[in-house]
Design a protein around this ligand. Sequence first.
Ligand code: SF4
Length: 340
Amino acid sequence: MRAAWISASDGGRLRCELCPHGCAIAEGKFGLCGVRANSRGEGQLPLAGRPSSLAIDPIEKKPLYRFLPGTMVYSVGFFGCTMRCPFCQNWEISQHTTERGLPYPSTDLIADAVESGCPSIAFTYSEPTVHFEYVLEAASHAREAGLKTVLVTNGMLAAGPAEELMSTIDAVNLDIKCFSPAAYRRVLGGDLPTVLEFARIAARHSWLEVTTLVVPGLDEWEVAVGGISDFLSGLSPHIPLHLSAYHPAWNYDAPPTSPNLLEKLRALAAERLESVYVGNVAGEKSTDLCSECGAILVERQGFRVTRMGLSGISGIFGPPLASPSSRCANCGHPEFFITR
Ligand code: SF4
C-alpha cells in the first residue's frame, strides 16, 4: 500500500508529515515508527493491513464509558507506534515492527466485524494512526456497513491528516499522558502541543473521552491533572476523563499508583469536568446518576455494565459533545451518552 502525507525531500529521502516527528526517510529505511518506509523513492507501507491482534471487547475496556454503553466492540490492532513510553503495556506490539501479521483486506475486516454482531469496530491496542491509510479505508467501509467507528490513540497526528481521519470516526479515546511538554518530549518521545491540537479536532467531529495513566514520577500530578481538566473543560465539560492506575511494565518499575492519589486527583478533576472515572483498579465500580432526579443512568462493575437507565433522543443535530443524545429513563432529563 502506498503511503500518504509523504513527499520527496533532499538527497533521495522522503519526508513524512503524518506526525510531528517529520522523519526524513532514506532509501530502504523506515521512519521512527517502524511502519512507514522509503522503497525505491516511494512511500510504502509493508505492514499495511497486517493486524497484530483481533478481539471482541466490552466497549468499556477502550475505555469508553458514555459511547454505546454495555455493548461489545470488534477490536483490531497493528504493530508500531510514534512514541516510546517506557511503561508501555503493549510494548510487544507497539515497539516491535519486525513481526508480520497475515494480510487482512479492509473489506474482509469489516465483513467479519458485521458478522460478529458488534455495533462498532475499534482501531486500538498499539498506535493505529501510523496505519493511517488502512484505518481510513476500513473506517469508511465500516460506516457504509452501518458500524460505528472507534479510534484509541496517542493523538500524535498532524492537523491535516487528523481532520481527514476524524471525518470517518464516531468516538475517540485519547491518551493525554501528562501535562509537561518537556516530559512528553524527553521521556515519552511525543509532542504535547500536537496531542492537544488533536483533542480540539476530535472534539469538533466525534465523541471524545480522555485517558491519563497516572505514572509515579512522570509529572507533578496535582498540577498536571488541574491543567488537563482545565484544558478539556475549555473544549467541553462533557468530555469524560479516565484517571487510570499504572502498574509496572516494560522498562519502568516504579511502584503502582496509590489508590489515595487517584481518588484525590479524581476529586480535583471533577471540579471542572462532569464525568471523571478511576480505572485499572481491582474490583472498581462506577455509577453515573441523573443530575435531575438521582436515578441510576449506568452502573458498572469493572468493564461490565450491571444496570442501565437511559433512553435515546431522536433528531440529534451537530457534534455529539454539543447536544445530549440520551435521556434519563426515569425523568427524561437530557444526558450526554451515545446509545445508538
Ligand atoms: S508517522 Fe512514522 S515515519 Fe511518519 S513522521 Fe511519524 S514517526 Fe516518522
